[in-house]
Design a protein around this ligand. Structure first.
Ligand code: AMO
Length: 433
């Protein structure tokens, strides 16, 4: 018989009163009193209390007393209701088997009772992930990913996977990782940009959820060298269409996490943001005016730095909001200029308070306009031949966006550092574990 079919999970104990069960899990805590040894066992469903009566004879009592935190055990015993056990149920064991001993001292506290420095956690990431708050974070992440896939699929988008190995920059020349590839140099993709555009010219509506790479030298709480991007591209769609899609996506994810992860949100002591309003759509010029009123000496065309974003975040407290109609010069080479004003881009960002979550817009789809975009960015048209080839053979108007998944996760969990919501973060300082 397989282990799985013999196993009872901690959360299933209420249904098993009066039965003998086998628990498999980790020792979370051992407490020895005059009359009992109390062992708390943790598995993926929660915790269970195992109570050993101290009879003076050895055997089980000695095994229980010798257990240490994070030992992996199998416990066979009778499930009983208990008035004193906090959980309401306990297991009276007849067998305790240690499947694997954990070395001590532990690199960190796995119970979640002791505050911990982020680097201590990340140095032993997989062990740190046993803490309740990280269990909660990644359960929410899993719900969010599923909710996004459901949303896209039910709205007619096809899931695609593009290449991470590219011959030329997809977002302009900065921040590229170079890789040895047989006898030449290639790059790690910064985004699926030109690929998702080409695919929109074949499938009309595509989405991709994947890892992308940027050689970000700055050490911030919201940049990584490797990050998960959620991308869509859609043919015959405008900027407003894809903004509506993005707004709908965020609302669907927040609603789903709220319905399915209330326990995890309780563990994190976090309240999800409100989403029952139309996300404001400020123009860049309006945002600039708001910042000027706050005393910033900004000119039209200036980008907003970290400090400006913090101020905007204060003014837009508790809100998701778009900033639209950016100066064309601040956006990548593939961005569509506005037909009314060529200095303005048909492009947007989505922010939550101070944090940029996504950007997107309409793209250039005519070869001669694309060449102009490359010229403006100082890029070599020869490098973009395969893409121009597609533009030359029936590329429809199209629009899309890229959403930073871990940044959205910061909003969904209340975590302040992107490294906390990334399983194995990669940055200037860290490539292990
Ligand atoms: P952009 O460069 O704005 O746009 O990136 C889109 C979103 O991806 C996230 N992001 C990052 N997250 C963590 N670490 C990083 N180093 C990092 N860089 C970006 C952000 C950002 O808003 N191709 C366009 C999108 C499009 O127009 O479709 C793009 O990549 O949340």
């Amino acid at each position: 018989m397989g282990l799985r079919s013999r196993r009872t999970l901690a959360a299933e104990l209420p249904k098993k009163v009066g039965e003998f069960v086998e628990l498999f899990g980790w020792v979370q805590n051992v407490r020895v009193t005059a009359r009992f040894v109390f062992v708390v066992i943790r598995d993926r469903s929660g915790v269970a209390q195992v109570t050993v009566r101290r009879t003076g004879s050895h055997g089980l009592e000695d095994v229980a007393k010798a257990l240490r935190r994070e030992d992996v055990v199998r416990v066979k015993g009778l499930v009983v209701r208990s008035k004193i056990a906090k959980l309401g149920y306990e297991v009276l064991p007849e067998e305790i088997e240690v499947l694997n001993r954990s070395k001590h001292p532990l690199p960190l506290d796995t119970s979640g009772h002791v505050d911990m420095e982020l680097n201590v956690c990340l140095d032993s990431r997989a062990i740190c992930l046993r803490r309740p708050e990280y269990q909660a974070v990644f359960k929410i992440a899993s719900t969010a990913l599923r909710a996004m896939r459901d949303f896209f699929t039910s709205n007619g988008y096809l899931e695609v996977i593009t290449s991470r190995i590219i011959a030329c920059a997809s977002e302009g020349g900065a921040d590229l990782f170079e890789v040895n590839y047989f006898d030449r140099k290639v790059f790690l993709a910064q985004s699926p940009q030109l690929y998702k555009e080409m695919l929109a010219g074949a499938f009309e509506k595509v989405f991709e959820i994947g890892l992308f790479y940027r050689a970000e030298k700055s050490r911030t709480t919201y940049h990584l060298a490797e990050f998960v991007s959620v991308d869509i591209e859609e043919a015959f769609a405008s900027m407003d269409d894809v903004m509506d899609t993005l707004e709908g996506l965020i609302k669907h994810v927040v609603k789903t996490v709220g319905e399915e992860n209330w326990r995890e949100l309780e563990t994190l002591e976090h309240t999800l943001p409100q989403v029952e309003y139309r996300f404001p759509r400020l123009t860049y010029t309006e945002a600039l005016e708001m910042l000027r009123k706050e005393g910033y000496g900004l000119e039209w065309g200036d980008d907003f730095g970290a400090e400006e974003m913090r101020t905007l975040g204060r003014l837009m407290s508790g809100k998701f909001y778009f900033i639209v109609d950016w100066p064309l010069a601040s956006k990548p080479f593939y961005t569509m200029p506005s037909p009314e004003n060529p200095r303005v881009a048909r492009a947007f960002d989505l922010n939550y308070e101070w944090l940029e979550l996504a950007s997107g817009g309409e793209r250039i789809y005519k070869p001669e306009v694309f060449l102009e975009g490359l010229r403006r960015a100082g890029l070599n048209p020869e490098d973009f031949r395969p893409f121009i080839h597609v533009l030359e053979h029936g590329m429809p108007p199209h629009a899309g966006f890229g959403l930073g998944f871990s940044r959205l996760m910061m909003v969904l969990t209340g975590m302040k550092n992107i490294r906390q919501v990334t399983l194995f973060p990669r940055d200037v300082d860290r490539v292990t574990p």
